[in-house]
Design a protein around this ligand. Structure first.
Ligand SMILES: [Ca+2]
Length: 245
């Protein structure tokens, strides 16, 4: 038996299209079958999850500002937070992506960008020092890494944290470049019955709130950039020029 050439070609096209979806990085994204949370932050009021899960979220105080794509949320580092209605646990393989912008002089140390209390989170200890951690039922997976540059420069930066709980590998990408890949943790991801995913804060004590803007948060149930040294990201938008007088 042989398949008609046109059928084989259609299958190859379908496969390449699926691979293209999984490889799409940097945004702005449309949801695909691996997207379990997608926040554009473009709409007024409470932000909407554009993934098929339609996770309900509330914005407690964060201000809408110009974003990397459309609008973004700016968190004041004190009380602003975006809280999600359901327990949100990372799948065994995950990719967490976001864009962030910190103005010069705005940075607050050791602040959480996002995460779930006592389960997982991503934080900046210093403008060029990233902490990421995931609670496992054996030894927690943690990563502390110096970034190639400080992020409090007023520009948008793309950050991706990728973890595989089956091979216990952690990857951190900044602006399309792999900055850290290491073995981390033992065991399966620890499940918590309380607490919700939060963006801009982690509510595990005072002084953990992020000050700066966050846009285009996507969480996926696969390792989208596994093993790649560089990512192809959309170039940043050209700066707005002064209108002619
Ligand atoms: Ca946006």
């Amino acid at each position: 038996m042989h398949l008609p050439t046109v059928t084989v070609a259609a299958c190859l096209i379908a496969l390449s299209a699926a691979a293209g979806l999984a490889d799409e990085l940097g945004g702005p994204y449309g949801p695909d079958e691996h997207t379990i949370l997608l926040m554009h932050f473009d709409e007024p009021g409470d932000p909407a999850d554009a993934s098929d899960r339609d996770v309900y979220a509330q914005n407690w105080g964060a201000e809408s500002v110009d974003g990397r794509f459309g609008r973004a949320l700016h968190f004041n580092g004190e009380t602003d937070v975006c809280v999600f209605s359901e327990d949100f646990t990372l799948p065994p393989r995950s990719t967490v992506e976001l864009w962030l912008r910190i103005e010069p002089g705005e940075f607050l140390p050791s602040r959480y960008l996002l995460g779930k209390p006592h389960e997982w989170g991503i934080a900046l200890g210093e403008p060029d020092l990233l902490y990421a951690g995931i609670g496992l039922d054996g030894e927690d997976a943690t990563i502390h890494t110096r970034l190639p540059q400080a992020l409090d420069d007023g520009h948008w930066h793309y950050l991706a944290s990728i973890y595989d709980a089956t091979s216990h590998e952690y990857w951190i990408y900044l602006d399309g470049r792999l900055v850290k890949h290491q073995q981390a943790g033992q065991g399966d991801i620890r499940r918590r019955k309380y607490g919700s995913l939060q963006i801009g804060d982690l509510e595990i004590g005072p002084g953990k709130e992020f000050r700066g803007a966050i846009d285009e948060v996507r969480i996926s149930d696969l390792c989208r950039a596994r093993g790649r040294e560089t990512l192809q990201l959309e170039p940043p938008p050209a700066p707005e020029s002064e209108p002619p007088r």
